[in-house]
Design a protein around this ligand. Structure first.
Ligand SMILES: *[C@@H]1O[C@H](CO)[C@@H](O)[C@H](O)[C@H]1NC(C)=O
Length: 155
């Protein structure tokens, strides 16, 4: 029995790719893609009088991708990135709008792997975000329409 369990353990360790695939469904708030957007917001605002606002927004962006965040937090933060973009203008505006769109489409954490995250049914404030939704865990089932309505605070 001991050897049987031992060999199971060895087999398990021999498939680290499968283990990583199931694990990576958690922690979507700190994927390299997500981290790039947090950093970009801070970097683009650097040297302006909006550095502190960008730092705060960056932290709020992390929290909006947590499983416990409310349905529209991710979209609200994306709208705020565009507010910041407009207040800075020029090249910074263009760059931040790209970041906002990318951030809006990041996968969000759900309490369980494979569980779809609810969609926000409130329209975004900025037209640049029209029609954009977060990515879903490709190992999960498709989102049922209307799923986000019950818990949507902004509707
Ligand atoms: C950033 O957050 C801190 C702490 O919550 C707050 O005191 C400060 O006013 C915020 N700054 C801006 C520019 O929003």
């Amino acid at each position: 029995m001991f050897f049987f369990l031992l060999s199971l353990t060895i087999v398990h360790q021999a498939v680290p790719v499968a283990v990583r695939l199931s694990r990576r469904r958690f922690g979507q708030e700190h994927t390299p893609q997500a981290d790039t957007t947090y950093q970009a917001v801070k970097d683009i605002a650097k040297g302006t009088n909006k550095e502190e606002q960008a730092g705060n927004l960056s932290g709020a962006m992390v929290r909006a991708l947590l499983a416990k965040a409310t349905t529209c937090d991710q979209q609200d933060r994306a709208d705020e990135i565009i507010d910041l973009a407009i207040s800075l203008g020029g090249e910074r505006k263009k760059k931040l709008i790209k970041v906002a769109k990318k951030y809006r489409q990041l996968e969000r954490n759900t309490p369980k792997a494979g569980q779809p995250s609810a969609l926000c049914h409130k329209p975004p404030r900025h037209k640049e975000l029209d029609g954009l939704v977060q990515a879903q865990d490709p190992t999960g089932k498709p989102v049922h329409s209307g799923k986000g309505k019950k818990k949507d605070p902004g509707h």
